[in-house]
Design a protein around this ligand. Structure first.
Ligand SMILES: Cc1cc2nc3c(=O)[nH]c(=O)nc-3n(C[C@H](O)[C@H](O)[C@H](O)COP(=O)(O)OP(=O)(O)OC[C@H]3O[C@@H](n4cnc5c(N)ncnc54)[C@H](O)[C@@H]3O)c2cc1C
Ligand SMILES: NC(=O)c1ccc[n+]([C@@H]2O[C@H](COP(=O)([O-])OP(=O)(O)OC[C@H]3O[C@@H](n4cnc5c(N)ncnc54)[C@H](O)[C@@H]3O)[C@@H](O)[C@H]2O)c1
Length: 445
C-alpha cells in the first residue's frame, strides 16, 4: 500500500492546478486518471472546440466585411482542420504528464474507487492519503430512449474525421449552439431539436433570441418544444422521432442535453461522502461530508457555472488551504462566461434580468456598439452591449453580443470584480484603437 499526503482523483483543471503547487511545496502528491491527462477542457472541451472555431470565426468576420468590399470564398478542409487540431492537442497531455512527474507528482493510471475514507483502489492496488481531492468532472447526459446507442456526444464531434452532409444536435445549451455554429459554417445542414422554446439558458435572453434569428439566417433549422422519443438506423443514416411526430434524418445525431457528475465508480458511500444527482456536496471550504476529502471543479454540486476558470479557482483555493495560506471560506468573484457562437454571447456579474427585477438597486444601460465607428468599420452593425450599474454608479454586470464579446467581457471584468470607478478608468492608457479606450465613457450617465 502506497501512502500520500494528498491524492487527486481526476487530472483536469480542478486537479492539476492544485497538485502541481502542492508537490512543488514538498507534499507527496499523486493523481489518478482513467482517461487522458488534463481532462475534458484540454481533450474534449474548450481547446479542441476553439481550434476548430478558428477558421469559423475568420469566415464570419470576412463575411461581415463584404460590405467593405472584401470578396472571399473560403473552402474549409475539415479533415485537415482536424489533423491540425490533433497535432497541437495530442502533445498537451504528454507535456503536462512530464511536467507533473518532474515536479514529483506520481501519475496512477486507471479508475479509482474508495475502499474506505482514506483508501482508494485502482486495478487491485491500494493507495492511502491523509487528504483526498475528488475532481472527477462530468460526462454527457443520456436521454434513455430507444436507439440511444446511435447517438454521439460532443466528445465524438470534436474528433470527427469527416463531417456528414446533415447533422442534428439535441439541446440548445452551450454545446449544441457552439457545435451548430461550427458545423453550419463548415458546410453541414444543421438542425437543433430543443425541448423548450429557449436557447442558452442563463444568458441575456434578448441576445439569445437575436442569435437564434441570426443562426436561422445562416441556414440552421430550429425545432422548438420537441421531445425526442426514439432514434433508429435508416439505411446509411439515422432517423430521429419526437413526441409531436417530427421526423429528421441525418448522418450524425449529437446528444447535447447537458452533463452529469462522474460519481458512480467512486463508491462514495464507502467513504461516507454525500452527493446528489447534481454532484458532490461541499461546504464553503470545499470539504465534503468527510472533512479530509475535498471536491473541486465540475463534480461539485454548485450554483457557480461549471467552467474551466471556476475549476482552476477552486483548485488554487484548495492548494492554498492545504498549504496553510488561507483558512477563509472560498469567495468566488463574478465569473465571466461566453458561448463561442457566431457571433458570441458573453456575460459577467449581475444580469439584466436580475437588475430589472430589482430596479430599486440597479440600472441597465443598453449600448448599440454596432453604431460605433470601429464596430461599423468591421461590418458588425448588430454588435450590442448591456451594462448594469448599482446605485453608486459602479459597474456590476455586463452582457455582450459581438464577434469580439470575449475581449469586451474580459476587459470589463476587472472593473466589475475590483469595483473600479470612472476615476480608475481615467488613470489607464490603453493602446488605440480598441474597445478598452471607450470604457471611461461607459461610466457617464
Ligand atoms: C464541449 C465542451 C466545451 C467546453 N468549452 C468550455 C470553454 O470554452 N470554456 C470553459 O471555461 N469551459 C468549457 N467547458 C467546461 C470545462 O471543460 C470544464 O468546466 C472543465 O473541464 C472542468 O474541469 P474538472 O477538472 O472539474 O473536470 P474534468 O476536466 O472533467 O476532469 C475530470 C477527470 O477525471 C477523470 N475521472 C473521472 N472519474 C474518474 C475515476 N473514477 N478515476 C479516475 N479518473 C476519473 C476523467 O477521466 C477526467 O479526465 C467545456 C466543456 C465541454 C464538454
Ligand atoms: N463556452 C463554454 O464555456 C462552454 C462550452 C460548452 C460546454 N460548457 C460547459 O458544459 C456544460 C454542458 O453544456 P451542455 O450544452 O451540454 O448543457 P446545457 O445545460 O448548457 O444545455 C443543455 C440543453 O439541452 C436542453 N435539453 C435538456 N433535455 C433535453 C431533451 N430531452 N431534449 C432536447 N433538449 C433538451 C436544455 O434545455 C438545454 O438547452 C455547460 O453547462 C458548461 O458548464 C461550457
Amino acid at each position: 500500500m502506497t501512502a500520500f499526503d494528498i491524492l487527486f482523483i481526476g487530472s483536469g483543471q480542478g486537479a492539476w492546478n492544485a497538485a502541481l503547487p502542492l508537490s512543488m511545496s514538498g507534499k507527496k502528491v499523486a493523481i489518478i486518471e482513467r482517461d487522458k491527462i488534463l481532462g475534458v477542457c484540454t481533450n474534449y472541451g474548450c481547446n479542441p472546440k476553439i481550434i476548430l472555431d478558428g477558421p469559423i470565426k475568420l469566415m464570419e468576420d470576412a463575411e461581415l466585411l463584404e460590405t467593405a468590399g472584401l470578396q472571399s470564398e473560403f473552402k474549409l478542409d475539415w479533415g485537415k482542420l482536424m489533423d491540425h487540431k490533433n497535432k497541437i492537442l495530442d502533445e498537451l497531455p504528454k507535456t503536462m504528464e512530464a511536467n507533473l512527474k518532474k515536479a514529483g507528482v506520481e501519475i496512477i493510471r486507471g479508475e479509482a474507487r474508495f475502499t474506505d475514507a482514506h483508501t482508494v483502489e485502482v486495478d487491485g492496488a491500494s493507495y492511502t492519503a491523509e487528504t483526498i481531492v475528488i475532481a472527477t468532472g462530468q460526462r454527457p447526459a443520456e436521454l434513455h430512449i430507444p436507439g440511444e446507442e446511435w447517438l454521439k456526444t460532443s466528445n465524438e464531434f470534436l474528433y470527427l474525421p469527416e463531417l456528414p452532409a446533415e447533422i442534428v444536435l439535441i439541446g440548445a445549451g452551450y454545446v449544441a449552439m457552439e457545435l451548430a455554429s461550427i458545423a453550419a459554417r463548415a458546410g453541414c445542414r444543421v438542425h437543433i431539436v430543443q425541448v423548450s422554446d429557449r436557447v442558452l439558458n442563463g444568458f441575456h435572453q434578448p441576445y439569445a433570441r437575436q442569435l437564434t434569428e441570426k443562426m436561422k439566417q445562416d441556414g440552421i433549422q430550429f425545432h422548438f418544444n420537441e421531445k425526442v422519443t426514439a432514434v433508429q438506423q435508416a439505411g446509411n443514416e439515422l432517423q430521429l422521432q419526437t413526441e409531436s411526430g417530427l421526423t429528421l434524418q441525418a448522418g450524425l445525431i449529437v446528444n447535447a442535453t447537458g452533463r452529469i457528475p462522474n460519481v458512480e465508480p467512486l463508491q462514495l458511500e464507502t467513504a461516507g461522502v454525500t452527493y446528489n444527482k447534481k454532484g458532490i456536496e461541499v461546504n464553503e471550504y470545499l470539504q465534503t461530508s468527510q472533512p479530509h476529502i475535498y471536491a473541486t471543479g465540475d463534480i461539485i454540486d454548485k450554483t457557480q457555472p461549471r467552467l474551466t476558470p471556476t475549476a482552476v479557482f477552486e483548485a488554487k483555493y484548495v492548494a492554498g488551504r492545504l498549504l496553510g495560506k488561507t483558512s477563509e471560506p472560498i469567495q468566488y468573484p463574478p465569473i465571466a462566461t461566453i458561448a463561442f457562437t457566431s457571433p458570441r454571447i458573453a456575460q459577467v456579474g449581475v444580469t439584466a434580468e436580475e437588475a430589472e427585477q430589482h430596479s430599486d438597486q440597479y440600472s441597465v444601460k443598453p449600448i448599440e456598439l454596432g453604431k460605433q465607428w470601429d464596430f461599423a468599420g468591421r461590418g458588425e452593425t448588430s454588435a450590442h452591449l448591456t451594462l448594469i450599474y448599482d446605485k453608486d454608479k459602479k459597474l456590476v454586470g455586463a452582457a455582450g453580443y459581438s464577434q469580439e464579446a470575449l475581449e469586451i467581457i474580459n476587459s470589463l471584468t476587472p472593473f466589475i470584480t475590483l469595483g473600479l470607478t470612472a476615476a480608475d478608468a481615467e488613470k489607464l492608457i490603453y493602446a488605440f484603437p480598441s474597445f478598452e479606450t471607450m470604457i471611461p465613457r461607459y461610466f457617464q450617465s
